[in-house]
Design a protein around this ligand. Structure first.
Ligand code: NDP
Length: 386
């Protein structure tokens, strides 16, 4: 029997919800491109419920306990002698969400002799030391596509809110003011701007597709070029590298995984080549941008705005400089954890568990590491140190 250790974020401060703002979720037939949504044999939750917090348990308890497995759920992951550290010693499976990542470092993996499977309930498995997972034969899987569109929507929201100066204008309303000039002195139209994405995978492509009707000029860079018909349809300009692309853009959105090739990419040097007053949006991973270089660029005016939802570490400490830097539109890491996304990644997590516990292969597109090497989606989009 397996011990499954699940690390989830805390319940709302007012307690686990008893009711919701809406009744149910819209039905989706498939993801763009035709990939099927998760296909577990059943689910023990109502789509639209809060599943990603401790009391939501990703809807897994009944399923696992009915088969005699053990489920431990905790949010306590970072303190010395955390529940996560203690329970990890004999865990077979760890489940974690990028929003509240249980950092599976090489040291932790070395102290978990039974660990065989690390599931990311979401997308982005950089909180797992992939080299160590490879070395110790740990399979790493994530629920590919589950929240890609959720993030793309967040990116579009953040681009519009920064360029149009939405958040400071809303603040004037809360403060009882009617200060039109204060609101509009930093407010522009997106129309006509040059917008570029670093990576045009599932999220990056969805951002491009969503922005096309705004009559902007679209740019992208990626390790693999998009099909010619997509480039033509969206009128895309391809650039061989981020360094080539960013000097021509008014808005840059980062949609690449964090791995050795992308870590620290947006440093003083690269940001310094952007147009003065450009906007930078990072909903991928915080470490793709240099924390202090972003602050310096906002203070000097090199960047007119920065937004995103990814920080390092997570949760971000109260004195993290991105909380107080000027002209930012940060949220906590929420873009991929809407109630809509939670229903998909909870179902996908169960699908992965059903495959693994039943001894059948995990879907190829969910795999990041398997059999001691990068596999599936991981082999396509990630790199390792050696
Ligand atoms: P995909 O795997 O579909 O796309 C990733 C893309 O990044 C691929 O096209 C890949 O290129 C490209 N890429 C990798 N390395 C580079 C590089 N060095 N330069 C340029 N492009 C590169 O993933 P998604 O679009 O679904 O997700 C992307 C990332 O977004 C995730 O890895 C995760 O970190 C983050 N994310 C954030 C969420 C949030 O809540 N904020 C939720 C979900 C994801 P190729 O495949 O051509 O090699």
């Amino acid at each position: 029997m397996a011990k499954v250790l699940c690390v989830l974020y805390d319940d709302p401060v007012d307690g686990y919800p008893k009711s919701y703002a809406r009744d149910g979720l819209p039905h989706l037939d498939s993801y763009p491109g035709g990939q099927t949504l998760p296909t577990p044999s059943a689910i023990d939750f109502t789509p639209g419920q809060l599943l990603g917090s401790v009391s939501g348990e990703l809807g897994l308890r009944r399923f696992l306990e009915a088969q005699g497995h053990t489920l431990v759920v905790t949010s306590d992951k970072d303190a010395a002698d955390s529940t996560f550290d203690r329970e990890l010693a004999d865990a077979d499976v760890v489940i974690s969400q990028p929003f509240w990542p249980a950092y599976l470092t090489a040291e932790r993996i070395a102290k978990a002799p039974r660990l065989k499977l690390a599931i990311t309930a979401g997308i982005g498995s950089d909180h797992v030391d992939l080299d160590a997972a490879i070395e110790h034969g740990v399979t790493v899987a994530e629920v590919t596509y589950c929240n890609s569109i959720s993030v793309a929507e967040h990116v579009v929201m953040m681009i519009l809110s920064l360029v149009r100066n939405y958040l400071p204008s809303h603040q004037w309303v809360l403060d009882g003011g009617w200060n039109i000039a204060d609101c509009v002195e930093r407010s522009y139209d997106v129309e006509g701007m040059h917008v570029g994405t670093v990576a045009a995978g599932r999220i990056g492509s969805a951002v491009l597709r969503r922005l096309a009707p705004f009559d902007v000029h679209l740019h992208y860079t990626d390790r693999h070029r998009l099909p010619e018909d997509v480039e033509r349809e969206l009128n895309l300009t391809f650039h061989p590298s981020a360094a080539d692309m960013v000097p021509v853009c008014d808005v840059v959105t980062i949609n690449a995984p964090l791995h050795p090739e992308t870590e620290g990419m947006f440093d003083d040097q690269l940001i310094g080549t952007m147009k003065r007053g450009a906007y930078l949006i990072d909903t991928a991973r915080a470490k793709i941008a240099d924390r202090d270089a972003v602050v310096r660029a906002l203070e000097s005016g090199q960047l007119a705005g920065y937004a995103g939802d990814v920080w390092f570490p997570q949760p971000a400490p109260a004195d993290h400089p991105w909380r107080t830097m000027p002209h930012h539109g940060m949220t906590p890491h929420i873009s991929g954890s809407s109630l809509s996304a939670q229903a998909r990644y909870a179902a996908g997590t169960r699908e992965i568990l059903e495959s693994w516990l039943g001894g059948t292969p995990i879907r190829e597109e969910y795999l990041i590491v398997d059999g001691g090497k990068l596999a599936g989606a991981g082999a396509h989009s990630y790199s390792v140190r050696h």
